[in-house]
Design a binder for this molecule. Structure first.
Ligand SMILES: Cc1cc2nc3c(=O)[nH]c(=O)nc-3n(C[C@H](O)[C@H](O)[C@H](O)COP(=O)(O)OP(=O)(O)OC[C@H]3O[C@@H](n4cnc5c(N)ncnc54)[C@H](O)[C@@H]3O)c2cc1C
Length: 369
């Protein structure tokens, strides 16, 4: 094996960047110094774009893993552990906020078992909430401010990884002059596919099981909010079923409220009627969102409207069968064989599973060499 063949990561969302961090920390990089390159259409600090899900996300750590789905539970639990440790060591400048999370359920009297592993897990007594909620639990969880956390990942890669804005139409284009000008003329040792929704169209991958789950959310300025709330109506069904309302406070005083989960819907702009519905639902589950200084005032519109900072839309990179983390068929560039490691299809759970899947993807490469 040539010692200085490059390793390429396609994608600079939370999945591509966490994969790059774990690669840089791996013995493979330390021992042989393979140059690492990231190629991506979108980079952190770009204007928000529905096709760049990592920057649109809320984001909170609230696993959707079914009780029997041990793989997803492991990814999510590991990610919680990594982020919680970061917060313990460095506090909120990480972009992470640890908070009390309360979950309301309507139409079911059970919760996902994975929540029982969180600190401070409690089943709330029925006398503490009112109808029409059927079941409620609370526990300690955390939220992320995507722009801050993504920039922190970039900082960890500084001087170790070269990042290029580049659209790759197909894996075979890695040997095209437009690409070799960036990564050098040697064929890569391996390529990680961390393209999110782009896995649907990237030549050589074109995974037809990938589809968008449109999400519309509202960003508020409400620094008095320091705890999170959700209400799930109907079955969660792996994260995409029923109606889900959530309130996600961030450490910096922003609060994301949502949301929608519209499968197969590519409409990239906010829908006015959805915005009104989210404002109404959020206020129903958390009256404390109303600015304290407006209480008691006569208002013609929603009291939340004056704290709205923006309405965002993004496409969650969903996949039939769940996240794909595996080694695919080898890619041939001329006579050179290139390992292909997939790490995409995280749906609505990419933030809460990123470290678990990054570690799995890098381990799989190491074991395959
Ligand atoms: C409204 C909303 C709320 C969400 N809330 C949460 C939450 O609370 N918790 C949670 O865990 N998750 C949440 N998610 C889901 C989470 O955002 C995604 O699962 C995660 O961001 C996926 O990350 P990714 O890196 O795979 O994809 P992305 O962030 O979309 O990044 C994909 C990268 O690949 C690049 N790329 C794609 N194709 C190509 C190509 N052909 N050539 C070059 N580059 C390419 C893109 O430019 C980009 O850099 C939410 C998502 C949305 C939309």
């Amino acid at each position: 094996m040539s010692d200085n063949k490059p390793i390429v990561i396609i994608g600079a969302g939370v999945i591509g960047l966490t994969t790059a961090v774990r690669l840089v920390e791996s013995p493979l990089f330390a021992a042989s110094k393979h140059p690492i390159h990231i190629l991506a259409n979108h980079l952190p600090n770009d204007p928000l774009d529905p096709y760049y899900a990592s920057t649109i996300a809320g984001a909170h750590h609230l696993s959707f893993a079914d009780d029997s789905d041990l793989r997803q539970r492991t990814y999510d639990t590991r990610t919680f552990q990594v982020m919680y440790n970061e917060w313990e060591r460095e506090g909120e400048k990480t972009g992470l906020m640890v908070l009390k999370q309360t979950e309301y359920y309507v139409g079911t009297d059970s919760h996902l078992k994975v929540y029982e592993d969180h600190p401070d897990f409690t089943v709330l007594d029925k006398s503490t909430y009112s109808a029409p909620v059927d079941h409620s639990v609370s526990f300690t969880s955390l939220t992320m401010t995507p722009s801050v956390y993504l920039n922190r990942l970039l900082k960890k890669l500084e001087g170790k990884v070269q990042i290029h804005r580049h659209h790759l139409p197909s894996l075979s284009h890695l040997s095209h002059p437009s690409c070799t000008a960036l990564i050098g003329s040697q064929s890569p040792l391996a390529v990680f596919v961390c393209t999110g929704i782009g896995a649907l169209t990237l030549g050589g991958v074109e995974d037809r099981d990938v589809y968008p789950t449109r999400g519309q959310v509202i960003k508020l300025r409400a620094p008095w909010m320091r705890s999170g709330w959700t209400r799930q109506v109907g079955s969660l069904d792996g994260g995409e079923g029923g109606e889900r309302t959530y309130i996600i406070p961030r450490y910096n005083g922003e609060v994301i409220i949502g949301g929608t989960r519209e499968q197969g819907d590519w409409y990239p702009y906010p829908r006015e009627e959805t915005t009104e519905d989210i404002l109404k639902r959020a206020q129903e589950i958390c009256p404390d969102l109303v600015p304290p200084y407006t209480k008691g005032q006569e208002m013609s519109s929603s009291p939340l409207e004056e704290i709205v900072e923006g309405v965002l839309v993004g496409f969650r990179p969903s996949r039939i069968g769940g996240i794909r983390v595996d080694i695919g068929d080898d890619l041939y560039l001329g006579n050179d064989k290139v390992k292909v490691i997939h790490n995409y299809g995280h749906g609505g759970a990419g933030w809460q599973s990123c470290w678990g899947t990054a570690e799995d993807a890098v381990d799989q490469l190491l074991k395959s060499l």
